[in-house]
Design a protein around this ligand. Structure first.
Ligand code: TYD
Length: 214
């Protein structure tokens, strides 16, 4: 099963993903953790270019093509093979980040972004996308306090992050039942408990579906 996590910077994705993976492994699942941009050696090289705070000259089109290039490699080299091997693969960000940041945040044409994304991924969509819902103000505040890596996009104005959040909420509204929106302004434990409930329900559905087909 392919699970993705989305949310504003500082929404706690990384911590929540780690806890979820531990719990799934305790239940005997094989779990692969990954992230975007990155997830492969080539993807990590692209990530370095994307996140370099000195790359202020980067054009918005260059940015989208680099995120998409990283994603194409990720899908081909890691995600599809992991799914074929029956593993649970959890990615910290995936294609919805492109629609939220480059589409709603930068104002690039959503249809063009969908086309580029579909080319990069061959149409691979997650079975479940967990959206950690938090205001950009709170997210940025948490990141500053947490002393995390500070990247090129963190330096964007607050209005940019507000557009990104509004974009995510729009994607959820238009989207299918693959989305689970979780209030991330609570304790780590409370958020994790809700994530586990959602994941458990999806896994149950998938198992029932597979046994019906046998
Ligand atoms: P990262 O350091 O992984 O931060 P986070 O913990 O917030 O995920 O940085 C990823 C950054 O890249 C984040 O600011 C969002 C941005 N991004 C895009 O703009 N478009 C994309 O398609 C992806 C995957 C990420």
């Amino acid at each position: 099963m392919f699970i993705t996590f989305e949310g504003p910077d500082g929404s706690g994705k990384t911590t929540q993903i780690r806890l979820l993976a531990e719990w799934l492994r305790e239940q005997g699942h094989e779990v692969v953790l990954t992230r975007e941009p990155g997830g492969t050696e080539i993807g990590d090289q692209i990530r370095t270019v994307l996140h370099d705070p000195y790359n202020t000259a980067m054009d918005a089109r260059t940015e989208i093509l680099l995120y998409s290039a990283s994603r194409a490699q990720h899908v081909a080299q890691l995600i599809r093979p992991s799914l074929a091997a029956g593993k649970i693969i959890i990615s910290d960000r995936y294609a919805d980040s492109t629609l939220a940041y480059q589409g709603y945040g930068r104002g690039l044409d959503l249809e063009v972004l969908r086309a580029v994304t579909s080319f990069a991924t061959g149409g691979l969509t997650p079975a479940l996308t967990v959206y950690l819902n938090i205001t950009p103000e709170e997210g940025l505040q948490r990141r500053r306090l947490g002393g995390d890596e500070w990247n090129r996009l963190d330096a964007e104005a607050l209005e940019f992050h507000q557009r990104v959040r509004a974009g995510y909420l729009e994607l959820v509204k238009q989207g299918t039942e693959r989305w689970a929106v979780i209030d991330a302004a609570r304790s780590v434990e409370e958020v994790q408990a809700e994530i586990r409930t959602v994941v458990q329900a999806r896994l149950g559905k998938e198992t029932r579906f597979l046994s019906l087909r046998l």
